[in-house]
Design a protein around this ligand. Structure first.
Ligand code: PLP
Length: 359
């Protein structure tokens, strides 16, 4: 028995389930949501499952003006034998606590977070699609709903979790990987040392839309962010962590405050180490990436994150030149990582690292 026993109020008006063959990302939401309140002096209270629906918010709610909020992103997968698995949910819970600390938002018990996720996913079991490549995306978030226009940390917050059945990230016939084109962003930056780059917050995303829009106009799916001070070192790809394979060494940016510590990133590093593939967390010059590409030593580039798991990059676009990577084809390391991670997440491959948690 858990120390959390959230009240459940079921909807009397369930929605029809979407066609699993045409599911997109984050457009359809399930029948219920989790809600909880935080009141200063009282702590987190009144956690419950209620029918999904609009929120009532005071127009002066602090989140609408100063953006005091956080979010997390994770998935539940249905295995072939009907079990429901979460992937390393305590990492999301602990990362969220660090985000809250940075945003002057209240701390919480990681068990409370995971128990809330499990309770909601359990209520929405029937919403988790079975088709290959599909899953239930889970979006926990917290925000300041105190009505006050002064600038200070709020005294009242909400914690909400919503769920969305999602299809394969790539629109390929078998839902398999597709390689992307990435624009090397040399003007705008995502995060600075001392800033909020390690925190999962809407503000980071709002500030990234300009670069993302410019990249899309150039036919690229995402941008490669460089460091904010010298514009010389590679950081992240869009809203995912970036990996570069040069001469057989896998390199990713170190967690020095500007990088979001991805659960997938951590899992990729652990897998590579267990396979004996050289992997290094270190600062990497974009100039070294460019030179390696020109000399044919840039073996692979890929991004990692919950939504796509592994996203191979087929082309790097600079303002003055383009480089195809691995002939635009999906690299062997990216493919192996995807197969292993997705296999463990969906129970097809033995979980010898104890990463999954059954709901
Ligand atoms: C969420 C996120 C990631 C990926 O983290 P995962 O835990 O692997 O999903 C990477 N970068 C940014 C900026 C993010 O917001």
């Amino acid at each position: 028995m858990s120390k959390y026993d959230f009240k459940i109020t079921k909807t009397t008006n369930p929605k029809p389930k979407p066609d699993p063959n045409t599911l997109k990302f984050g457009k359809v939401f399930t029948d219920h949501m989790f809600t909880m309140e935080y009141t200063e002096g009282k702590g987190w209270h009144d956690g419950q499952i209620v029918p999904y629906g609009p929120l009532t918010l005071d127009p002066a709610a602090a989140v609408l003006h100063y953006g005091q909020e956080m979010f997390e992103g994770m998935k539940a997968y249905r295995t072939r034998d009907g079990k429901i698995l979460l992937f390393r949910p305590y990492m999301n819970a602990e990362r969220g606590r660090k985000t809250n600390d940075r945003m002057c938002m209240p701390d919480y018990d990681p068990d409370m977070f995971v128990e809330a996720v499990k309770t909601l996913v359990n209520v929405e079991r029937d919403w988790i699609p079975e088709k290959e490549g599909t899953s239930l995306y889970i979006r926990p978030f917290m925000f300041a709903d105190e009505a006050f226009l002064g600038v200070h940390a709020a005294h009242h917050y909400k914690f909400i979790i919503i769920c969305s059945p999602v299809g394969p990230y790539y629109d390929t016939p078998d839902g398999g990987l597709l390689s992307t084109s990435i624009f090397v962003e040399e003007t705008y930056v995502r995060s600075v040392q001392g800033g909020t780059g390690f925190a999962k917050i809407g503000g980071n995303y709002a500030a990234s839309l300009k670069a993302q829009t410019n990249a899309a106009a150039k036919g690229c799916e995402q941008v490669l962010w460089l460091d904010a001070i010298e514009h010389k070192y590679v950081e992240e790809i869009g809203t995912s962590n970036a990996f570069f394979v040069i001469d057989g060494e896998v390199i990713t940016a170190p967690l020095l405050g500007t990088i979001l510590p991805g659960v997938t990133r951590d899992s990729v590093i652990a897998l590579l180490k267990s396979w004996g593939v050289p992997v290094t967390e270190r600062r990497l010059l974009i100039e070294d990436v460019r030179r390696a590409a020109a000399e044919g030593r840039l073996n692979e580039v890929f991004a990692s994150g919950t939504a796509a798991v592994i996203s191979p990059v087929g082309k790097l676009v600079f303002s003055d030149s383009d480089f195809a990577i691995n002939g635009g084809a999906i690299g062997a390391i990216a493919q192996r990582l995807y197969d292993e991670l997705y296999g463990v997440q969906t129970g097809k491959i033995k979980d010898d690292k104890n990463w999954t948690l059954e709901v």
